[in-house]
Every structure is written in C-alpha cells, then in structure tokens.
Design a protein around this ligand. Structure first.
Ligand code: PLP
Length: 281
C-alpha cells in the first residue's frame, strides 16, 4: 500500500480511538458485535457517541445481517472484529463482501485484524485486499499479538486518504515512541522467526481444541491465539478451578471464558483442569 495509506498509533486501540474521535460524537452511533473486544464500548463512550451492540449468532459469529439492519442515519462507524475477540470466530469473504455492499459509503467500516497472523483458513479475507476498492473500509493491525510487543504500544491502520489524513490529525504528536518504532521495524525484519512461533502456536491450538472436544466441550472453531468456552453461570467457578490448578483464564462473568493458548506445559495443566471440572459437573 502507499505510505500515505498507513497511519500508526499507540497500539491499534489508540488508532481505533482516533477513528471514533474523527468520526463520532454525541448523537452518533457506533455499531459492533457483542460480545466482542472490550475496548469498543469504552472508546465509544468517551467520544459521547452511542454504542449499538448486535448480539453474536448462537454459533458465536458476527451477525452481519443484523448489523446491517442496525444501520441508521446516525451511524458513523462499524467495527468488524475478525477473528472476534474473545470467541475466535471469523467472518468469511462472501458474507463480508455482502455486508459491505449494504453499508452506505459515508459509514466507516473498521476491520479489526489484531489476530490476522493466526488465521489459516483461506476463505477468511485479508482486509488489505478488501479495502483497496472500498474507500469507507479501514484495516487495523497491531504489533501486540503475533509480534509480542504489546507493552511497547504500536499499531497501525491502513486506510484511504481522507481517513488516513484524519488519523494523522488526531494523533498525539510523537505518541509512538522511538523504542516502539525500532522494535516494530526490527520485528518486521525477523518475520521468519515470527511466523515460526505463530506456526507452533497454531499447532498447539489444534491440539487443545481437539482435546477439549474429546472431553465433550463445545468449542467454537477458533482462528486466533485463544479459544472460547461458553460456560454461562459456571464461568467464575471454572476460572477459579483453573487458577487453583495454576493457570489463568479470562472470565466474562455469566458468559464464558477466553483461554489463551500458552506453552505446552500450561496448556496441559489447563486441559487437566477442564477435564476435572467437567467430571465434577
Ligand atoms: C489486542 C487487541 C487489539 C489491539 O491492541 P493494541 O495493543 O492496542 O494494539 C485490537 N483489537 C482487538 C480485537 C484486540 O484483541
């Protein structure tokens, strides 16, 4: 992409906040799936705009038809988190294109691809291919996940000129530190090593998901570096059982847990805890 289509920020959350700041204020609406990334309601609320949360389908996937139906003349921005945090589920090319065809050209669609590097399904589109013919589509990427640089705070958007220009206008001057810039460039140069690490993680992901399913768990197909278990009322008890066993999962009380794929040893501890919990229940 041309350099003028790239805008960096303090993590892709920082860039997402700038996008909302540039597009939305009191009286405006921001649409996103729910449950999805926890930062969306926070940055929307800060702008004074109204969140319109569209429930995931029973299969834990973005309900793109319902999201398109939710568009009003107050809608300014729509997040599509692909893969979705915390469920790991994806929207595929045909359904995403169909959705984008329904979105008015003056509504910005933000494809949040924080976990892009963990995708192995060729039917999941690369946002960078999608944005080229669609000026109202913007792609978010980050160095925080596959690149492991979360603490350094560097992410970026790829967007057409008016959007990229708005991002440059709303950026905190020198927000992305020299250290973060150099780390990002160094890690781009170490891409082979990075992709090797991601590859091992994807193998572990398959192993953990298969093992859970063999234990009888219903695990949505995941394309990220975590998986989702919908535990409902048992969520907190499950998270406590994991902690007792020595591993930490992320509970969303009353809904479910997000389990990050870790080192093999930690994954094994988690699998044992999950099995014991199932047997007790
Ligand atoms: C982690 C994450 C981000 C980005 O985090 P930054 O550290 O701010 O780059 C963005 N979107 C989703 C869905 C995430 O999970």
């Amino acid at each position: 992409v041309p350099a003028s289509h790239v805008a960096t920020g303090t993590g892709s959350v920082g860039v997402a906040q700038q996008l909302i700041q540039a597009t939305s204020g009191p009286g405006d609406e921001v649409i996103y799936a729910w449950r999805s990334f926890e930062a969306y309601p926070i940055i929307t609320q800060i702008s004074g705009a109204t969140s319109v949360k569209v429930p995931l389908t029973p299969g834990e996937v973005h309900d793109l038809d319902a999201m398109a139906d939710a568009i009003t003349d107050r809608t300014r921005l729509i997040f599509v988190c692909n893969p979705n945090n915390p469920t790991g589920t994806v929207v595929r090319r045909a359904e995403l294109e169909r959705f984008l065809d329904r979105v008015p050209g003056d509504v910005l669609v933000v494809l949040d691809e924080a976990y892009r590097e963990f995708i192995r399904d060729p039917e999941v589109p690369d946002g960078v291919a999608i944005y080229r013919d669609r000026p109202n589509v913007c792609v978010l990427r980050t160095f925080s996940k596959a690149y492991g640089l979360a603490g350094l705070r560097v992410g970026f958007a790829i967007a057409h000129e008016p959007v990229a220009a708005a991002l440059r206008k709303t950026a905190v001057p020198f927000g992305v530190s020299q250290l973060a810039q150099e780390a990002a460039i160094a890690s781009l140069r170490a891409e082979d090593e990075l992709l090797g690490r991601v590859g091992s993680l994807v193998c572990e992901r398959t192993r953990v998901v298969d093992a859970l399913r063999a234990q009888g768990w219903n695990v949505p197909e995941t394309h990220a570096n975590f998986l989702w278990l919908r535990l409902g009322e048992r969520t907190v008890a499950f998270a406590e059982a994991c902690e007792q066993a020595g591993v930490v999962v992320r509970p969303f009380a009353g809904e479910g847990v997000r389990v990050t794929i870790g080192e093999t040893e930690a994954n094994d501890i988690f699998l044992k805890a999950a099995e014991a919990f199932r047997k007790e229940a």
